[in-house]
Design a protein around this ligand. Structure first.
Ligand code: ZN
Ligand code: ZN
Length: 247
């Protein structure tokens, strides 16, 4: 598997950046995980529209789905111009229902509901969905292929499902949408320190922090995660757009 970071800004994109969007190549097939603001533009730097074969939306918050609308335009208009653009499966939670309904696009997307503990095969990989704790129904993803494991927490606070999700993952994306100094009584994202602790507890080999707000001091988030994680995992980095990882 090969992962390309298209965007990882939390909530809104920083200058020239994109919110959540991760292109995962599995045996030459292209899966897009989340389709946030600016992701379509970034994706088209790497693949043609007709090479996109499936989408998983981890949840329906705007920073994870806002480019779905312009993707529909791109598909319709490219088809009208004579390109062969197929219908693609879009795996997504079915709530909130009005938002799920807004994703419908006959001819472009076939919506397939996902939820906690769903699993399915895609391009020879096994995909397991784990529900997280977040204001909208959200699925973290563990994707296994030939003994290699990629995982993403999507948006969440610490919860029991993160253990089976992350256990011994070769590469994991963890929601560091907060920092310890920003802790409030009610949280909807993890702090970087929580990411470090949870990754170490679950023997994650390499971790990338995602969902940092654009105005965060990024070095602080890395330091916070490393201090909490100790020597494990081996690498802790930010999910910088344009980076690729072979898993
Ligand atoms: Zn969210
Ligand atoms: Zn988000």
């Amino acid at each position: 598997m090969k992962l390309t970071i298209l965007g990882s800004s939390g909530a809104f994109p920083g200058p020239g950046l994109a919110t959540s969007g991760y292109l995962l190549e599995i045996d030459g097939h292209h899966l897009l995980i989340d389709c946030g603001s600016g992701v379509l533009s970034r994706m088209l730097e790497y693949i043609r529209l007709d090479q996109l074969e499936a989408i998983i939306l981890t949840h329906l918050h705007s920073d994870h789905i806002s480019d779905i609308g312009v993707l529909k335009y791109a598909m319709d208009l490219s088809r009208k111009a004579g390109q062969t653009i197929g219908n693609i499966p879009v795996y997504a939670p079915k709530t909130p229902e009005p938002l799920a309904a807004s994703l419908e696009s006959p001819g472009n997307f076939t919506l397939i509901p996902i939820a906690d503990d769903h699993h399915f095969d895609l391009f020879g990989a096994q995909i397991h969905c784990f529900g997280t704790i977040h204001p909208f129904e959200t699925c973290a993803l563990r994707i296994e292929k030939d003994g290699r494991v990629f995982a993403t927490t999507s948006d969440t606070i610490p919860c029991a499902n993160l253990t089976p999700l992350l256990r011994q993952a070769d590469l994991a994306l963890l929601d560091a949408g907060s920092q310890e100094k920003l802790r409030t009584p009610v949280m909807v994202h993890m702090t970087a320190a929580e990411c470090g602790t949870i990754a170490a507890q679950n023997d994650v080999k390499n971790m990338l922090l995602i969902h940092l707000l654009p105005f965060f001091n990024r070095a602080e988030s890395i330091l916070e995660a490393r201090t909490a994680a100790g020597d494990s995992p081996t690498t802790i980095d930010l999910a910088e757009p344009g980076l690729t990882y072979t898993i």
